[in-house]
Design a protein around this ligand. Structure first.
Ligand SMILES: *[C@@H]1O[C@H](CO)[C@@H](O)[C@H](O)[C@H]1NC(C)=O
Ligand SMILES: *[C@@H]1O[C@H](CO)[C@@H](O)[C@H](O)[C@H]1NC(C)=O
Ligand SMILES: *[C@@H]1O[C@H](CO)[C@@H](O)[C@H](O)[C@H]1NC(C)=O
Length: 230
């Protein structure tokens, strides 16, 4: 009985992993970059439009600030929520985050909402959205607010691994002219991934969900060999 259960769970897990690896293959063929931050924005906009709210422009300058926002926590998951919750001061946007991103400080616009999540286990963007970031009515109010015109998302592990931080920043600035990169070119600030810049976030020495996918793909092809004859 226990054995049957194990076999069925294994088959279930394998088919899930297989589907996941097929998904990864399909993603590399379309133009959308394989970037968990982009996927988070996609999940968020899908949810907003299903709720008849506008789809928000993904602003890479804002997203890069979201990545620096995460880094301000220095990997301290405990500082994100609970009684000791802290958040970076407003002045850090202009003094630290913008210069690090190469975003012109004169183009900063008001932040109209933010989500921050931290988790020891890496989950994919849709789960990060529904299970970590959107937890209560307050977060739903922020998600569906008509005050936002644009959004930026970021994700990064700490020292190449757990814990993983997710951050979403919303703003009401004009998408084309706010959070603008100097010279109009998005600057990469590793480690971590941010949305809107069309990069696939797969640097060899950085934490990278692409290499996680490779691990999955490899374990599937080995495990399939012994699972199929059952
Ligand atoms: C939007 O997200 C919230 C929170 O995860 C969820 O409860 C709701 O069902 C989602 N709506 C749609 C249409 O997916
Ligand atoms: C939208 O902006 C108004 C004015 O700044 C503010 O009072 C309100 O709380 C905001 N709504 C949300 C959901 O943040
Ligand atoms: C604003 O952005 C849209 C699409 O992102 C683009 O088509 C348009 O040319 C931009 N406008 C200006 C003034 O840059």
């Amino acid at each position: 009985m226990a054995k049957t259960f194990t076999v069925w769970s294994l088959l279930f897990i394998l088919s899930f992993l297989h589907a996941a690896s097929m998904g990864a293959t399909a993603d590399t063929q379309i133009k959308v970059a394989n970037n968990p931050a982009d996927k988070l924005v996609a999940a968020l906009n899908e949810n907003r439009t299903a709720h008849k709210d506008s789809s928000l422009t993904d602003n890479p300058g804002l997203a890069c600030l979201a990545l620096q926002y995460i880094k301000a926590y220095q990997g301290d998951c405990g500082a994100v929520g609970g009684p000791d919750a802290k958040k970076p001061t407003e002045s850090q946007f202009a003094e630290v985050f913008a210069p690090t991103c190469g975003v012109q400080a004169s183009t900063l616009a008001p932040i109209t909402g933010r989500f921050l999540g931290c988790q020891t286990k890496y989950v994919h963007a849709p789960e990060a959205f529904s299970e970590i970031l959107i937890r209560n009515q307050k977060s739903l109010d922020i998600l569906y607010s008509k005050n936002h015109t644009q959004v930026g998302a970021a994700v990064t592990g700490t020292d190449g691994g757990s814990p993983y931080f997710w951050c979403v920043l919303f703003s009401n600035g004009k998408p084309n002219s706010t959070f603008a990169f100097e010279g109009g070119v998005a600057k990469t600030t590793k480690p971590g991934c941010y949305s809107g810049a069309n990069d696939d976030c797969s640097g060899a020495h950085d934490w990278s969900p692409v290499s996680v996918m490779w691990l999955f793909a490899v374990s599937v092809s080995i495990a399939m060999g012994f699972a199929f004859p059952l």
